[in-house]
Design a protein around this ligand. Structure first.
Ligand code: NAP
Ligand code: G4F
Length: 343
């Protein structure tokens, strides 16, 4: 049987690398769009990289950028994928306040460029498109959030992603493209980027235990997130594209924890009980046994606008996709700590 061909933008990122491995296991030929970088940016996929001259090779990388229409058009024309997963993005919320124009270009217009390329190349009936939408689009809408919850994004990232979300739905309706979205809530794991709060905490703990770092500086401890495991979430992306009809799905765990709880649970896994004292910028977290301060607050990590509470209602995905999260919150943190402690 002919192998299915997929194209993943953002293949060097957390989700792209996990999805590439998932699809290769399912028998796909995987093509990935990667940015040119002055140093290697393929660490997350080195373990599946094969010599392109190997006849059994099923992973191919192409230089391109979501801000560069020519590269997108040429890659799609050359690869003729059955499925496109658009995972590439400037994905850091705080960074989007510092680079709002670039974030809009890559995250909003980047999605439009792919959809236009599908249209121009007459692939509207031949390709299925997945857009990586996000719970950040809900912004100030209170939990639980589902597919019908109004969206009030609270960052340039959230606003750019909302454009991408709606342009995907618009191309679905206007041009009959199989274009679906997954509204994914936060998802983490051992290959999470090092500046997101989950990995910053697990790496910080590992460094403290190794004597390489004294304490961790954080921002808002009282935001709540619905944290799932990326390994579960890439399966949902694939399931969304296996349906007969395009649609939109919330992918979440239905449970939320504060950043403060994340800190407490992660430290407890390595046998340290964190206690808190002080208020606001002067609050500190300390080791109950030794009294050593392990957490301090730095105002530079606070955002101009915060998303206070995300907790997803994934009932539609459960019913339609037969999907539900398998990996529990504590197990996910433990896996992250294991990786960081053994690094
Ligand atoms: P990530 O680890 O930050 O990976 C982002 C990927 O996009 C990387 O491969 C990056 O390349 C690439 N990229 C960035 N700008 C690009 C550009 N202009 N052109 C081409 N590639 C570009 O993100 P992730 O956590 O895997 O998330 C995957 C997608 O899901 C993103 O769209 C994100 O916004 C969305 N999302 C994530 C979450 C989450 O909690 N993880 C939740 C909801 C939605 P480099 O490796 O070269 O930097
Ligand atoms: O880990 P974060 O940076 O993730 P955030 O902003 O929720 O965004 C992530 O999830 C979105 C889905 O909802 C994705 F679309 C997006 O691409 C990304 O993957 O921050 C989580 C929370 C925030 O409330 C933040 O203010 O942690 C708080 N926080 C507290 N101290 C911190 C820190 N965040 C970071 N990154 N660094 C801190 O020191």
């Amino acid at each position: 049987m002919k192998k299915k061909i997929s194209l993943i933008t953002g293949i060097t990122g957390q989700d792209g690398s996990i999805l590439a491995k998932f699809l290769i296991k399912k028998g796909y030929i995987v093509h990935g769009l990667k940015r040119r970088s002055s140093s290697f940016n393929t660490q997350r996929i080195n373990d599946i990289y094969q010599d392109i001259h190997d006849r059994n090779n099923n992973l191919f990388l192409h230089y391109g950028d979501l801000t560069d229409f020519t590269s997108i058009l040429n890659i799609i024309k050359k690869v003729k994928p059955n499925e496109i997963y658009n995972l590439a993005a400037q994905s850091h919320v705080q960074v989007s306040f510092e680079t709002p124009e670039y974030t809009a270009n890559a995250d909003a217009l980047g999605t439009l460029r792919i959809l236009e390329a599908i249209k121009i190349l007459n692939l509207t009936k031949k390709v299925k498109f997945y857009q990586a939408s996000t719970s950040e689009m809900y912004g100030s809408s209170p939990p639980p959030q589902n597919e019908n919850t109004p969206m009030h994004p609270a960052s340039p990232y959230g606003a750019a992603k909302l454009y991408a979300h709606w342009i995907t739905k618009n191309y679905r309706t206007s041009y009959n493209i199989f274009a679906s979205t997954g509204i994914l809530f936060n998802h983490e794991g051992p290959s999470r980027g090092e500046t997101f709060v989950s990995r910053k905490i697990t790496m910080g703990i590992a460094n403290i235990l190794k004597g390489k770092q004294k304490l961790i500086y954080l921002g808002n401890l009282d935001a709540y997130r619905d944290w799932g495991d990326a390994r579960d979430y890439v399966e949902a992306m694939w399931k969304i594209l296996q349906l007969k009809k395009p649609d939109d799905f919330v992918i979440a765990t239905g449970k939320s924890y504060s950043v403060r709880s994340f800190v407490e649970i992660a430290f407890l896994i390595v046998g340290i009980k964190i206690k808190w004292r002080g208020k606001g910028l002067n609050e500190v977290g300390f080791d109950q046994k030794t009294n050593k301060i392990l957490i301090k607050i730095d105002k530079k990590y606070f955002r101009p606008q915060e998303v206070d509470h995300l907790r997803g209602d994934y009932n539609k995905a459960k019913k339609t996709l037969n999907w539900q999260p398998k990996i529990k919150f504590k197990k996910m943190i433990k896996d992250m700590l294991d990786k960081d402690l053994n690094f």
